[in-house]
Design a protein around this ligand. Structure first.
Ligand code: GDP
Ligand code: MG
Length: 161
C-alpha cells in the first residue's frame, strides 16, 4: 500500500493547482469558482524514487458551514486515512475558518505540513511570517501557479513519506 498524501484546505486556496503541479498534468480541475472538485481525486505520484498516493480533497462548497460539511462527508475519511496532510493556505486571505480547520486536523493527524500558497511576489513573501503564529516549526511558501517553492515542499514530503 502506498503512503497517502492528502492535500487539504478550504475551497479556492489552490489545492488542485498544487496537485496538478505535483503530478505535472491537468488531472484535477482548477477553477476560480470554489468547490469545483466534487470528490477526492487519487493519483499515484513519484518524487524521484519515492512513490506515494496523492489525494486532492474536495467535495466542499463555499457555504459558511463548510467545516461541518467536511466533518460529515467522505472527505473526512480520506483525511483520516492519509499518512501525511499538506494543509494549504492562501497567503492573501487566512480566515478564522482556516485556523479552526487546522486545529481540527491536528486532532486527527500529527503529520501536517503547512504550505502557504499564492506567494507570487516579494511583498507576499513578507506576509508569510505572520502565519508562524499558527504554531508550525516550518512553513513552506509556494506559488502553485508559478512553481516557486515546490522543490522544497517535495523534499520535505520525501523525508516524511
Ligand atoms: P482549490 O479549490 O483549493 O482546489 O483551488 P484551485 O486550485 O482550483 O485554485 C483556485 C484559484 O486560485 C484558481 O483561480 C487558481 O488559478 C488560483 N491559484 C492557485 N494557485 C495560485 C498561486 O500560486 N497564485 C495565484 N495568484 N493564484 C493561484
Ligand atoms: Mg480543487
Amino acid at each position: 500500500v502506498l503512503p497517502r498524501v492528502a492535500i487539504v484546505g478550504r475551497p479556492n486556496v489552490g489545492k488542485s493547482t498544487l496537485f496538478n503541479r505535483f503530478i505535472g498534468s491537468r488531472k484535477a480541475i482548477t477553477d476560480p469558482t470554489p468547490g469545483v472538485t466534487r470528490d477526492p481525486i487519487f493519483q499515484r505520484a513519484e518524487f524521484d524514487e519515492t512513490a506515494c498516493m496523492l489525494i486532492d480533497t474536495g467535495g466542499l462548497t463555499e457555504s459558511r458551514d463548510y467545516l461541518d460539511t467536511l466533518i460529515t462527508s467522505k472527505s473526512l475519511s480520506t483525511i483520516e486515512q492519509a499518512d501525511i496532510l499538506v494543509f494549504v493556505l492562501d497567503v492573501t486571505e487566512v480566515t478564522p475558518e482556516d485556523e479552526e480547520f487546522i486545529n481540527r486536523l491536528r486532532q486527527l493527524s500529527s503529520r501536517i505540513i503547512l504550505a502557504v500558497n499564492k506567494v507570487d511576489n516579494e511583498q507576499r513573501e513578507q506576509m508569510v511570517w505572520e502565519y508562524y503564529r499558527l504554531g508550525f516549526d516550518t512553513i513552506f511558501p509556494i506559488s502553485a501557479t508559478h512553481g516557486e517553492g515546490i522543490d522544497e515542499l517535495v523534499e520535505e514530503l520525501k523525508l516524511r513519506i
